[in-house]
Design a protein around this ligand. Structure first.
Ligand code: GAP
Length: 458
């Protein structure tokens, strides 16, 4: 049975709680561009940090990079983007809307009653023509064709053109990888589904350079490692699947490609969140030819030179953050209460706020004690202090923010120097000495990491 569509409720929760806002909303919004609010920026930063840790910090065979968005225009000729990074576009002469010719059954015509493009009797769809998805702009003060540059549509090319710089600076030996996180831009014809397909987004990409002939064995290893990473974020196993590219889907230079798909529910269903590709030596060969600079690796042990093959792992930071939001959202009944609750059940390590701190009343020294505890915890954790309203409502607000721990300071706290810790997921409570709170939170966060690790497959 398909999972329910939660995107509409997620869009309103995301705005209400400050995860994600529409860009330039007061001007009517910008088409398919989104801003991350206070909770959203913490969540997405946590995702990026986890990726950086797993891909760069915890490995000795992957180096980090932060290449510029604007690159020499020849890069995009070499990569094939100028000639071929396009989607088939059709216009409707009746309603003036534009659609992707290969996605006509996935979108609605803007006119009422709601129908697919081409289904109204007076629809006039043109023949498809190729529409290049790269955003163009001009470098320098002269706006002519010689000054055209592109906003990068993927971060990968910054890695390819720096392959030898990084290799020589770090003295890494093949096999080794280069990883980076950065913005990419695509003038998508039919963006949509909230942050799933947008025109400005962030990618987390890693290119792993290997000796030709060893590529498929590295490919299998990376495929599994990347699935494990998604499981470690707390994404449900039965919402994740591999999709192997068919002959028709496979890029002409690719030797193999798998997508990691996540089930977003509703009509969107299983969709790609990451691609794992064996790109052969296509990219280095193209850049070598277009730049006339040798990009071969000199293997001193085997006394030979070659262009390495590249295994690429490419994941969208926004898309995986959306998957985490979808996976986390749950509406549930609360035993003994009439009103249910909305919970964002994030993996605690990803939660934007780790602990809410609540003095039960605004008197008897409770706010002062809570304030002091909040200041101490802030050195290590993101915490949120809240003394307004009924305690039940304060808990509910933090449940919606996905805060895993609620710390309550009550009448006994000021006497005994202890507090109550409430757990978001089962609403269970424990009493802890104030001096131990940081230690207890840290232990729970680590324990959860271990639990996540234990879900590894293979
Ligand atoms: N260098 C390879 C590459 O860019 P891709 O499949 O086009 O491959 C990789 O993109 C990932 O980037 C996707 O799996 C997705 O997570 C993310 N992505 C691509 N286009 C996107 C868009 N318009 N909006 C949000 N994320 C996008």
């Amino acid at each position: 049975m398909p999972r329910p569509d939660v995107l509409d409720s997620l869009v309103s929760l995301a705005k209400r709680r400050g995860f994600i806002f529409q860009s330039s909303e007061i001007y009517g919004g910008t088409g398919s561009v989104w801003d991350y609010g206070p909770l959203g920026v913490e969540l997405k930063n946590n995702v990026k940090q986890r990726w950086w840790h797993a891909m760069v910090r915890e490995r000795d065979d992957v180096e980090g990079l932060d290449a510029a968005i604007l690159m020499h225009p020849r890069v995009w000729e070499a990569s094939g983007h100028v000639a071929g990074f396009s989607d088939p576009l059709v216009d409707c002469k009746a309603c003036k809307a534009r659609f992707r010719a290969d996605k006509l059954t996935d979108v609605a015509c803007p006119r009422k009653p709601s129908k697919k493009p081409g289904e109204h009797t007076d629809c006039q769809l043109t023949e498809p023509r190729q529409f290049n998805l790269m955003f163009k702009t001009f470098m320098g003060p002269v706006e002519d064709s010689a000054a055209v540059v592109y906003l990068r549509p993927e971060t990968a090319q910054g890695i390819f053109v720096n392959f030898l710089n990084v290799q020589q600076a770090t003295r890494q030996k093949v096999p080794f990888g280069i990883a980076q996180i950065g913005k990419a831009f695509r003038n998508e014809i039919t963006p949509g589904n909230f942050t799933f397909r947008t025109r400005e987004f962030e990618q987390m990409e890693m290119q792993f350079f290997v000796e030709p002939g060893t590529d498929m064995e590295h490919f299998e290893r990376w495929k599994q490692a990347r699935l494990d990473w998604h499981l470690g974020l707390g994404l449900d196993r039965d919402r994740l699947e591999f999709h192997q590219h068919t002959e028709k889907e496979l890029a002409h230079y690719a030797r193999a490609a798998f997508d990691i798909n996540f089930d977003f529910g509703g009509s969107l269903g299983f969709q790609e969140i990451e691609g794992v590709h064996n790109r052969s030596d296509f990219d280095l060969r193209q850049h070598q030819e277009f730049s006339s600079k040798k990009l071969e690796y000199v293997d001193q042990v085997q006394n030979k030179r070659y262009l390495p093959y590249v295994l690429e792992t490419s994941v969208g930071a926004d898309r995986v953050t959306l998957a985490i939001l979808v996976n986390a959202l749950r509406e549930e009944a609360v035993p003994g209460e009439q009103e249910g609750r909305t919970v964002m059940g994030f993996h605690p390590a990803l939660a934007p706020i780790k602990a809410g701190i609540f003095p039960l009343t605004k008197k008897d020294g409770q706010p002062e004690m809570a304030d002091k505890l909040a200041a101490a915890l802030r050195k290590k954790f993101t915490v949120f202090y809240d003394e307004a309203g009924a305690i039940g409502r304060r808990y509910r607000r933090q449940d919606e923010a996905g805060t895993p721990f609620g710390i309550t300071i009550d009448g006994d706290s000021t006497k005994n120097d202890d507090v109550t810790i409430r757990f978001r997921d089962d609403m269970g409570q424990i009493r802890v000495s104030t001096s131990k709170v940081a230690e207890v939170l840290g232990a729970y966060l680590d324990a959860d990491h271990a639990r996540a690790e234990s879900t590894r497959v293979g």
